[in-house]
Design a protein around this ligand. Sequence first.
Ligand code: MOS
Length: 677
Amino acid sequence: MNRVEGIDKVTGRAKYAGESGEAAYVFAVQSAVPSGAVSAMDTAAAREMPGVLAVLTCVDPPVLGSAEDAELALFQTREIAFHGQLVGAVVADTLENARAAAAAVRVDYAATAHDVGLRADHPGRYTPDKVNPGLPADLSYGDIEAGLAAAAVSIDVTYTTPTLHNNPMEPHAALAAWDDEGHLTVADSTQGPSADRDTIATVLGLRPDQVRVISPHVGGGFGSKGTTRPPAILAALAARAAGRPVKAVFTRQQMFQLTGYRTPTIQRLRLGAGQDGKLTAVAHAVTEQTAIRTEFAEQTATCARVMYATPALSTTHRLVRLNVPAPSWMRAPGECPGMYALESAMDELAVAAGIDPIELRARNDPATEPESGKPFSSRHLVECLREGARRFGWAGRDPRPAVRATGPWLSGTGVAASTYPARRQPSSASVTAEGDKLVVRIAAADIGTGARTALTRIAAECLDVPTGQVQLELGDSSLPDAWLAGGSMGTASWGSAVAAACADFHKNGTRGTADTTEEVAADSGGFARHAFGAQFAEVLVHPGTGEVRVPRLLGVFAAGRIIDQTLARSQFIGGMTMGLGMALMEETVVDAAQGGFVHRDLAQYHVPTCADVQDIEAMWLDEQDPHLNPMGSKGIGEIGIVGTAAAIGNAVWHATGQRIRDLPITPAKILSRSDHE
Ligand code: MOS
């Protein structure tokens, strides 16, 4: 099915938050130091600049309802926790005037020593109470040391991943307008209007019914718009101060500082196996960072609790508080960096054991979920690996590294597994007959995934009408409350509510409503629910320049029923492309001397372009799983990125014999081969 909003998008009729109306502009003043305090601010010159309507500062803080969320408690403290923190803002009639006046605000700092360096032996390492989303920080069973001692083959290796930024195409933006009764409307670029409304209300001290969030079209998020971001609060405060609607549109550089990123990780993997390849021990120890005032604990090692059968498991997470902005969700938080390390380590173990890497994974496929002992609702990892091997042409692969050449290029192939939880959250929806249309309403978000189209299909199927008869309304918090586009739970959560509302409509004839809170609560027992997949990569490595090319990527996924083939393929190959970026180019360099990030735009932070992506294909098994939801679907938004970087890194080893355990695999690292052998 073609996207229902496709014509609107290609003709420019679709309006995004920053272009949703006329308004004044607010431009931020940001801390030039990473640690210390603002000692004084002089706004006199700025106030005299052309078009200036209002000035906000942390020395004269605006009143908020709650300062509990430090990322959103704008201007409530003079203490500086990271470089780029908002310390003030100027509202003016035009963007140019606001920006010029913001630059004229003078800020004096009492700077203190900062620390932005993540190290595995950092003295500030601590164990968080939980890792996201509420999972135990440490989970172990069996005797790791005994398992390693008894192993015929073992490895002990450390992988590092850098700071990564989400970089959605549409910058974070919000347009806020207050009415005479003190009600606030925010056109916000968000992954979830219901949760965004609630957060904005809490921060501003309003009731949820005094706030409306509108987000009909969102140009990507990858998690960075899954939580309320400063533009919404900044625009609301600025609009209150200026007495007129105000828009806050972040620049790409501000997005690097203020809208989240993936934490860098340091991951030590110790694996042991018998002669037969059966694991005797899996130890996955993670060090990662968080912010001074906000704790974010990425669940990096939790994938090891799900993936393989082992008599001894140890998974640990340690955090270090640094003078950095708070890390946040980025596509497959936890599974993405964690599976990079685990699946690279599995490849190293396969080499050490002399066992084919697909065979090694098959021999360690667990009968039940290792951490819980629960049966899987469905698990077809081995089938994905076997089907992928068949399609990719894996049979007969020479396991030796650095023995194949294509002209001057060394070539190699690699494989890795992928996984992502299949969950859902409570949502509500309504269906009404209006004229010749059946109108379905739900406060879902379409962030470019095609949610509007997928839900139209689900509703048409449930109502047994052509898709053209369904009119789907989403992207507005005044619609029935719904979960956000996050955790790969959108379609499962919203589709469940739409299906239930359609069933209610069948009973009533003119109107149907549903709230899946009770239905979803029943999910907690019984089954372990995860999607699985297999990633295959072929690489060419130029030994003279260190360049790595990826002529082929193949992903085979088992993600329940696929609602729409076109949309699903786009999600999978989009995730795989992002995984290619993680493997070879994406890295935000931290400025150790001055704090903050050196890389703050798309000229320095490289994401894959079309020329980097050659033959990329995604396919899926026809997986039937009756234990999930009315559609039988698992989420597909995030699993595509999981495992891709490991498959490419494993292929680089196969091509060159070099294990580069520090992402991204750049030409410089390939060329300094002695550093990585
Ligand atoms: Mo996704 S990182 O849960 O928006």
